[in-house]
Write a protein that binds this ligand. Structure first.
Ligand code: A3P
Length: 292
């Protein structure tokens, strides 16, 4: 433990690496990075900048909790450490492993219209194929079979079947420990979604609307710093960490161009997902305005 003396007062904050009390468990391409970075605007949040993949990769899991803790950022007593690895949501072993670490851990899942998520996932897969000099494919040739039906063997398609994975989580954790963020709303207007997360976590409402601004070039909301902290000499290590945000847009890999797809293909997919979506809404007791 490093004791950090703030210089003025007799009290000192214990700065240490702590296991996460909050996990962003998924979903891949739901907006997990945006959510993490936005949440990190909060003074009482200490985020892990990388995806640790502790619970889903067996080799990592075998290294044990001390290793996992060593991957965490320094935080103060008052701060909540948050880690995100989107594959946690879909990996069968993960809920029980997370429970074994801490049965009271708080969980956040961010979901998005399943068809948009699939297009986003496809765009990412094609980008990595291009990086390996593999030929690009048409979305419809991957998502549909030659007879025009949905290709239910497609892995990316399965990730959009949110209900399928949720039952495992709800088997292990009570519903009240899981908060679901509407990823489409987070794109359109992030602040209200962040307020809901603050409420869920029992955090003071410190994230401000003016910390988000729409960047027309990026086509998304970007983050601005906390001017109140600039020039403040009494900053803790955590404050310094938060001061990195002056103006920050997410990387180019977030907000990719999606493939142009014929309307008929989209409508086949919408029909396919509709019953799964309704099942998901019923399980979580929350509706999302995903077109059918
Ligand atoms: P696209 O690249 O398909 O647009 P993840 O971080 O889970 O991989 O999710 C990536 C998605 O986050 C992006 O998908 C993008 O739509 C979404 N997103 C949400 N808010 C964003 C923001 N402020 N800046 C960039 N991307 C954002």
């Amino acid at each position: 433990r490093n004791e950090v003396d703030d210089g003025n007062q007799s009290t000192s904050a214990a700065v240490d690496r702590r296991l996460p009390r909050l996990l962003i468990i998924g979903v891949r391409k739901g907006g997990t990075r945006a959510l993490l970075e936005m949440l990190n605007l909060h003074r009482d949040i200490a985020m892990v900048p990388v995806e640790v993949h502790f619970f889903d990769k067996f080799d990592n899991y075998q290294r044990g909790l001390d290793w996992y803790r060593s991957q965490m950022p320094l935080s103060s007593d008052a701060q909540l450490t948050v880690e995100k690895s989107p594959s946690y949501y879909v990996t069968p072993e993960v809920p029980e492993r997370v429970y074994a670490m801490n049965p009271h851990v708080q969980l956040v899942l961010i979901v998005r219209d399943p068809v948009t998520r699939l297009l986003s996932d496809f765009a990412q897969i094609e980008a990595s194929r291009a990086a390996q000099n593999l030929p690009n494919r048409r979305f419809q040739d991957v998502a549909l079979l030659p007879n025009g039906e949905v290709n239910t063997q497609n892995r990316a398609l399965h990730v959009s079947l949110y209900a399928k994975f949720l039952s495992r989580w709800l088997h292990v954790f009570p519903r009240r420990q899981l908060h679901i963020v509407d990823g489409d709303r987070l794109i359109r207007d992030p602040w209200p979604e962040l307020q809901k997360v603050e409420r869920f976590l029992g955090l003071e409402h410190l994230i401000r609307r003016d910390q988000f601004y729409f960047n027309a070039t990026k086509g998304f909301f970007c983050l601005t710093g906390t001017p109140a902290d600039v020039g403040n000499d009494n900053l803790t290590a955590a404050d310094e960490h938060h001061n990195h945000y002056h103006h920050k847009c997410l990387a180019g890999s977030k907000g990719r161009r999606h493939p142009q797809v014929p309307d008929e293909v989209i409508s086949v997919l919408r029909q396919f997902f509709a019953p799964h979506n309704r099942k998901f809404f019923a399980m979580v007791g929350q509706d999302f305005d995903w077109p059918e």
